[in-house]
Design a protein around this ligand. Structure first.
Ligand SMILES: Nc1ncnc2c1ncn2[C@@H]1O[C@H](COP(=O)(O)OP(=O)(O)OP(=O)(O)O)[C@@H](O)[C@H]1O
Ligand SMILES: O=P(O)(O)OC[C@H]1O[C@H](OP(=O)(O)OP(=O)(O)O)[C@H](O)[C@@H]1O
Ligand SMILES: [Mg+2]
Length: 285
């Protein structure tokens, strides 16, 4: 058995580019040619296997690979013995039933109906949870909406992002969302966490935090310092250093990127000057 941590990476689809970008940002070597199936990053003691997103939970669940990046919906649909250990916040999607407007209004109207989907296990579980018995579930690989047009099914269960595909076909969402998904890191259910797996997770989490926060630097008169610090006390509290200019301090603080401009407005009102925003590349701890 190799002592390298073995990690599955989606090789295609909505998950691929963002998963690779995240691993890059976390300092890992990634493939430079989409025909490469395995990349060994000796420097970081890790090996990446580029696999079909749908197969990743199967490899991780069977213990062939230690960890993997996949979609929550794909993990659940696989029924593989693997578990979610970190949510990554990209490839977000919502999974819905849909059909022609007159077909059904809620999940309870689906009794006896034929349902086409690429996620049969997710659908079967949802129906069972609601005590609904479908007329059958037809498993398709993609372009599921066409199943209605061709009469293969009366209802579909599929990812709806913008709703444009449904609108084009004159279809409507039926009932409440079946599930919400996003990219996640998975691990085998019985796998103990090791130093290597913990380090991998900390690196990814560090990048996610770095993406959500920015660094604010500003100068402020000591008399106004408390007012300014009250506007934004940062993740762990601000760093305050004396400025060469008598009676002034320099402040450095991490703030949520989404609120940076609002905080800058408030800091300016509190007397802050030379307010600078800097992107954070990565962070830890
Ligand atoms: N618009 C979208 N369509 C399909 N899946 C999406 C979408 N947005 C996010 N996802 C998520 O991406 C993952 C799907 O992986 P998959 O490889 O099937 O992606 P895909 O983009 O649909 O690829 P494909 O080109 O093979 O259809 C799932 O977790 C799914 O929830
Ligand atoms: O609500 P929308 O923004 O229109 O997105 C939803 C569509 O995107 C996905 O299809 P994809 O392009 O992955 O093709 P596929 O059906 O072959 O998987 C999904 O299966 C829907 O068809
Ligand atoms: Mg798709």
């Amino acid at each position: 058995m190799s002592s390298l941590l073995r990690v599955a990476v989606p090789n295609k689809g909505s998950l691929n580019a963002k998963a690779v970008a995240l691993l890059h940002a976390a300092g890992y070597q990634q493939r430079t040619d989409s025909k490469e199936l395995v990349v060994t990053d000796h420097e970081n003691g890790i090996e990446f296997f580029y696999l079909r997103p749908r197969d990743i939970a199967t490899y991780v669940g069977s213990g062939q690979l230690d960890m993997g990046i996949t979609g929550r919906d794909l993990l659940i649909d696989s029924t593989a013995p693997a578990e979610e250990i970190l949510a990554l916040g990209f490839a977000r999607s919502t999974f819905h039933f849909a059909g022609h407007p007159e077909t059904a209004q809620s999940v309870h109207d689906l009794d006896g109906k034929t349902i086409a989907t690429s996620y049969p296990a997710v659908v079967a579980k949802h129906l069972a949870d609601h005590g609904v018995e479908a007329g059958g579930i037809v498993r398709l690989d993609g372009a599921v909406e066409t199943a209605l047009r061709l009469g293969v099914a009366e209802v579909i269960a599929d990812v709806v992002e913008t709703g444009a595909t449904l609108a084009h076909l004159g279809l409507r969402i039926i009932g409440e969302p079946i599930m919400r998904s996003e990219a996640i890191v998975i691990q085998g259910q019985s796998d103990p966490s090791t130093d290597a797996s913990q380090r991998f997770l900390r690196r990814l989490s560090g990048v996610l935090v770095a993406r959500d926060y920015v660094l604010l630097d500003y100068d402020i008169e000591v008399a106004n310092l408390d007012r300014a610090v009250a506007v934004s006390s940062g993740k762990e509290g601000p760093t305050i250093s004396p400025l060469h200019r008598e009676g002034w301090s320099a402040v450095r603080v991490m703030v949520p990127a989404a609120r940076a401009h609002t905080i800058m407005d408030q800091l300016e009102q509190a007397g802050a000057r030379a307010i600078l925003v800097t992107k954070i590349q990565a962070c830890r701890g």
